[in-house]
Design a protein around this ligand. Structure first.
Ligand SMILES: [Zn+2]
Length: 223
């Protein structure tokens, strides 16, 4: 049994998922599978909802921040008349307003990311690609990456999809894949079917990762 990339249900390896009808991305199947339909293509049911909300950390954290902010602000307004608590009321009100600003911003960032992914899958132009390498991320996070290449108008492109499940490590270099790319920005692409979920990265963790890399580079130069 494998996990369907579209509906996340467990399904037997086959060309098409028995649950949602989505083209299957099982690496044990030979070849790249059925070619994508011409745009605008339909995405299997439930996939868009999952990408927009259930598997979108920005949207989930944004929702929690916004709701907490509203509750805290409402609480501070209710306590406003109690004598001797003005400092607490002021602090809670400030915190509530901050959360009410941060929450919707995170929500908007998350939605923009998911719309971009959905647009690429629905309207992307088709190119033939092939897997060039796979590997495991360092740090024991059980996260794997896949690199693939494709050609658009004589120009070669390479792209790496990160934070994927362990099963992609079974992809052999040279295995053909269907690639969908943006007409005006051909370096922006994804595979069809998607080789698993590519989660949104919080900028903070990305930033810390970049800082760590920079420190390591500096250390290797001086050491
Ligand atoms: Zn499915």
């Amino acid at each position: 049994m494998i996990r369907c990339v579209w509906c996340r249900s467990k399904t037997a390896p086959a060309a098409v998922c028995a649950d949602c009808g989505g083209p299957n991305s099982d690496v044990r199947l030979p070849g790249p599978g059925q070619a994508p339909d011409p745009p605008a293509r339909d995405l299997p049911r439930g996939f868009r909802r999952r990408l927009r909300f259930l598997q979108n950390p920005y949207v989930l954290v944004g929702f929690c921040c916004g709701t907490t902010g509203k509750l805290v602000t409402a609480g501070s307004v209710l306590l406003g008349g109690v004598n001797g608590l003005s400092w607490l009321v002021g602090a809670a009100g400030g915190l509530g307003l901050c959360l009410m600003t941060i929450g919707p911003s995170l929500w908007a960032i998350g939605l923009a990311w998911s719309e971009k992914q959905i647009h690429l899958l629905r309207h992307g132009l088709v190119a033939s690609g092939e897997v060039t390498a796979t590997g495991e991320a360092q740090g024991g996070r059980q996260s794997f990456w896949v690199e693939y290449r494709y050609e658009v108008a004589g120009q070669q492109y390479r792209r790496t999809l990160r934070d994927l499940g362990a099963w992609v490590s079974g992809l052999e270099p040279g295995r053909p894949v269907h690639v969908l790319y943006r007409k005006k920005k051909p370096h922006q692409s994804t595979t069809w079917p998607p080789l698993g979920r590519e989660p949104v990265r919080f900028n903070l963790s990305h930033l810390l990762e970049e800082r760590k890399k920079a420190r390591e580079l500096k250390a290797s130069r001086t050491g």
